[in-house]
Design a protein around this ligand. Structure first.
Ligand SMILES: [Zn+2]
Ligand SMILES: [Zn+2]
Length: 136
């Protein structure tokens, strides 16, 4: 048995515990992740949705991605920390933000998505494979 993936927002009002394992961990440099995070990329763990309960203290807003698909970014109503993202087209998966983990050191980026949007000042590990957009 692996350890639970626990975490929450910056103020502590929003907490989660996930018993499953992440499908993949990705740094995303898309312009949406940039503007929403206020920096060069967002770091996401992708989990099966069935393993995650988004707490009621979260609230969300829907946006249309580059791809034309809808996604909803869920954040803490009190402190505004972004924590989850869900996808209308693929409801079976969702993402959790790496720095929301109680143990952020467990995050190991396996790929960089939308590297074509990245800035020179947002220098990421050169050993992590980079995709111009979203692979697959
Ligand atoms: Zn909060
Ligand atoms: Zn992104």
């Amino acid at each position: 048995m692996s350890r639970v993936w626990s975490g929450g927002c910056a103020c502590g009002a929003l907490r989660y515990e996930i018993t499953g394992e992440p499908i993949v961990m990705t740094d995303c440099q898309c312009l949406d992740c940039q503007s929403e995070s206020g920096t060069g990329h967002a770091s996401h763990l992708v989990f099966p949705s069935k393993d995650v309960t988004i707490p009621e203290v979260a609230t969300g807003w829907e946006m249309t991605a580059d791809s034309g698909k809808k996604k909803t970014r869920h954040f803490c109503r009190t402190c505004g920390s972004p924590v989850f993202m869900t996808f209308a087209a693929t409801p079976d998966i969702l993402t959790v933000r790496a720095a929301s983990l109680d143990e952020p050191e467990r995050y190991r980026p396996q790929m960089v998505t939308y590297a074509s949007r990245g800035w020179a000042w947002d220098h990421l590990d050169p050993n992590v494979p980079k995709f111009a957009k979203m692979p697959g």
